[in-house]
Design a protein around this ligand. Structure first.
Ligand SMILES: CC(C)(COP(=O)(O)OP(=O)(O)OC[C@H]1O[C@@H](n2cnc3c(N)ncnc32)[C@H](O)[C@@H]1OP(=O)(O)O)[C@@H](O)C(=O)NCCC(=O)NCCS
Length: 160
């Protein structure tokens, strides 16, 4: 399962990235902490196996750190998410950032488990932030993973 490689995405990868974002997030528009991102045009790390995309991490870099905007492993549980997260930390450290951070949602128990087991800490909870995001992106469902009503955002971070 470990026979994949991670690299920085380039302009030639756009079409495949667009497909993956469409499949995982219903399109390239991602709303988090009141910000609308066009994930298709963000810097990205790509995981490939036999020339096929098996994972994607999109991010922004700012003085506040590296924000992971999207992270997907297709299929999950093959180590791709961990490898992409590790690569994100390398990018952040090389850029002189002091932390990697991201927003996830209250229903995403798998992601909360995944991130906390990799050292990230929950640093804030924004009740109702997903309800607010839904006004901007109506395709965000009312019900999320495990049939959990989807309302809130949680911010997690890894500092070094
Ligand atoms: C969250 C997500 C990115 C994690 O990526 P992933 O590739 O599944 O993560 P990994 O495979 O590296 O690790 C997941 C678990 O599978 C285990 N695993 C890794 N390789 C494995 C293998 N070959 N066989 C079985 N289990 C394996 C890992 O040990 C890990 O378990 P642990 O947490 O107990 O250590 C992925 O599940 C995903 O794409 N989810 C949907 C999108 C999403 O919610 N993204 C996050 C948005 S904030």
């Amino acid at each position: 399962m470990g026979d994949f490689r991670v690299r920085a995405a380039g302009p030639d990868d756009r079409e495949r990235i667009s497909e993956l974002l469409g499949m995982s997030w219903g399109g390239a528009a991602v709303v988090a902490h009141g910000t609308v991102y066009d994930a298709l045009h963000l810097p990205a790390l790509l995981a490939e196996r036999d020339g096929r995309v098996v994972g994607l991490l999109t991010y922004t870099l700012s003085p506040g750190g590296l924000e992971v905007v999207t992270l997907d492993a297709v299929p999950p549980r093959g180590g791709v998410g961990s490898a992409l997260l590790d690569a994100g930390v390398v990018v952040a450290r090389r850029a002189g950032a002091a932390r990697l951070w991201l927003v996830t949602t209250n229903d995403n128990l798998d992601a909360l488990r995944f991130y906390q087991r990799r050292g990230l800490r929950i640093v804030s909870v924004a009740p109702g932030a997903v309800d607010a995001a839904r006004l901007v992106k109506p395709s965000i469902p009312e019900t999320g993973e495990y049939g959990i009503p989807l309302h809130d955002e949680l911010t997690l971070e890894l500092r070094w």
